[in-house]
Design a protein around this ligand. Structure first.
Ligand SMILES: *[C@@H]1O[C@H](CO)[C@@H](O)[C@H](O)[C@H]1NC(C)=O
Ligand SMILES: *[C@@H]1O[C@H](CO)[C@@H](O)[C@H](O)[C@H]1NC(C)=O
Ligand SMILES: *[C@@H]1O[C@H](CO)[C@@H](O)[C@H](O)[C@H]1NC(C)=O
Length: 344
């Protein structure tokens, strides 16, 4: 079962090879969009005829590849790149703080995180139940411009951890460096079916191997792709957007992507732990398997059953002071996608 991804070997080689490997890796590894899967035949494959449970498939072989997962208290370090309103920061902070808030009314964000906690490392230690927000960094003046590449994303993180005033702490073991870009910032491949990704920084660039994720605010660039179903793609006639729970289409759309990326990063921080697929260059991770599924019956182009609040907003879970719409994740015990709002 134990498979040594070429990545490991590559890491020991020269920086040149290292960069080469990096470019090979930057494709499908980490991209994601909330719009239901339109990959050729993916729908048939995962959600075909005799579907009993969301995303269930005897063909999905999620495997553990012996690498580390985040088992100690997780600290998320937000890096706010560009212009962010206080109200927007608050929505995102409260979402992340909701992961370990067991007091929220069910269906809750902490109920959703429970599925992620089912994953373990070699010693049998589970993903941590505790997720909290640590130090934050503002990068208001676009230190690396308004158009970032996958490499310059690493440089932004480097700036945050090496800043002369209040640098972010170095926490390779349980830190999640979360780069959030405002709606006027383009990141390589953004909107082209990519709404966020996670990876780890390279010592050659940042000085450390730090797990990080990027999620962008798509409100101006492509809400129909990355803030679906709060906005819909123009090319699909007759499809209607639903009302977002926190009155901010861009940020409400980011919430599910942030959940997706933190769930995957926690179970596969160095891309050598939990993923499906034969090819470690294109791992399919625990949230990729449930792309676009928010409730019972979800799959294909249907989101599944969601909930409606009194003000008409659509959501599927409760958190601290708010409601959120977050996609489900793959449950390794039952081998299908599960979420706290599942109907019996
Ligand atoms: C999808 O699957 C069908 C039959 O299984 C096949 O005929 C078709 O070519 C496939 N489409 C693509 C785009 O691969
Ligand atoms: C982990 O977090 C919990 C809850 O916040 C706290 O009680 C505990 O002391 C923390 N453990 C460590 C090792 O920091
Ligand atoms: C830890 O993971 C194991 C294996 O998936 C699971 O049986 C157990 O319920 C998990 N524990 C928690 C607290 O989630």
């Amino acid at each position: 079962m134990a498979q040594t991804p070429p990545l490991r070997a590559a890491l020991a080689l020269t920086p040149l090879f290292f960069f080469f490997t990096f470019f090979l890796f930057t494709g499908a590894v980490v991209g994601w969009r909330p719009w239901p899967s339109q990959k050729p035949n993916a729908t048939d494959f995962f959600f075909g005829g005799s579907k009993k449970y969301e995303g269930s498939s005897e063909f999905v072989h999620l495997k553990y590849h012996m690498g580390p997962v985040l088992t100690s208290n997780i600290t998320v370090y937000p890096i706010w790149y560009g212009i962010w309103k206080k109200s927007q920061k608050r929505i995102i902070r409260e979402f992340i703080s909701s992961f370990s808030n067991v007091d929220s009314k069910p269906p809750s964000v902490s109920g959703w995180w429970k599925t992620v906690r089912l994953y373990t490392d070699q010693t049998g230690a589970n993903i941590s139940r505790n997720v909290h927000i640590g130090a934050e960094k503002n990068d208001r003046f676009y230190s690396h411009g308004k158009s970032l590449t996958r490499l310059s994303v690493q440089s932004v993180i480097k700036s945050a951890v090496t800043a002369t005033t209040r640098p972010l702490p170095i926490n390779p073991k349980s830190g999640v460096y979360l780069l959030l870009t405002s709606d006027n910032v383009y990141v390589q491949d953004f909107c082209n079916n990519v709404c966020g990704f996670h990876y780890f920084t390279f010592p050659a660039i940042v000085g450390y191997t730090l797990p990080y994720a990027w999620v962008g605010n798509s409100a101006k660039l492509c809400p129909g792709v990355c803030a679906y179903p709060f906005a819909v793609p123009e090319y699909i006639p007759g499809l209607k957007a639903v009302k977002s729970p926190n009155d901010d289409i861009g940020v409400d759309g980011m919430i599910s992507v942030i959940g997706h990326e933190i769930a995957e990063l926690s179970t596969n921080p160095l891309v050598n732990a939990w993923y499906a697929g034969q090819d470690p260059v294109f791992p399919v991770e625990i949230a990729d398997l449930c792309e676009g599924i928010y409730g019972t019956g979800g799959g294909g182009s249907y989101t599944g059953q969601m909930l409606n609040s009194k003000d008409g907003a659509t959501y599927n879970m409760n958190g601290i002071r708010r409601r959120f719409l977050v996609q489900w994740v793959w449950n390794p015990m039952v081998n299908y996608c599960t979420g706290p709002n599942a109907l019996d």
